[in-house]
Structure formats: structure tokens, C-alpha cells
Design a protein. Sequence first.
Length: 112
Amino acid sequence: MSIIGAVRFGVNIFSTNKIWLILFLVINTVATYFVFEGFILSGTSYLAATFIIISTFLKSDNLMRVSIILGSFGWLIYGILIASPVFAVSSAAFLGSSIVGWYRHVHLTKGS
């Protein structure tokens, strides 16, 4: 999943074409099939990855940030479900920074 994310990030630097979005959603679905860990764990990681993938290709900064928040919340839940303190803490930190970024984007740019 991390390799897919790194490739997606590299592709997104050069293109935001929706064909790439569809391709990465298909890859995410196929990868989930191969690393299936049960419906709860795989479903949680699938949804989290899906929100992150979608966020990469959104043109609206606000929607992108909301999608990242949903994805990082999903990864936090996944970290808790697999009982990984390090994963949960790193996901919580990313979630927190995403919420702060969203807040700053929405509330602090209105006055500018």
C-alpha cells in the first residue's frame, strides 16, 4: 500500500487527470483483495486509502483537506484495531495536523 501511495504521489506531481484516479482506485481494490485481513480490518484500510487517493486528485483545497481528514481518521482506527501504538500515534499526529491545516485554511483565510 505504501508503494502504491508513493507512485500515486509521483504521478500526481505531473497530472491530476481523472483517469489516474480511476486507475489508482482499481489498484487499491485489487491490492485489498491480495492483502485481505478480514472485513473489518481490510474494510477500514480500504476506505482510509480510498479517501486519501481521492484527496490527491481533488481540485478544491477544502474538499481535499476534508478527504485527507477522513482518510487519516480511518488509518487511526486501523492502527487501534491492529493494536499498534506507533501506527496509532503517527496516524493521530497526521490527523491532528490535517485538522489544524483545514481549520487554518477555512477559518483564518476568510479574514485575509
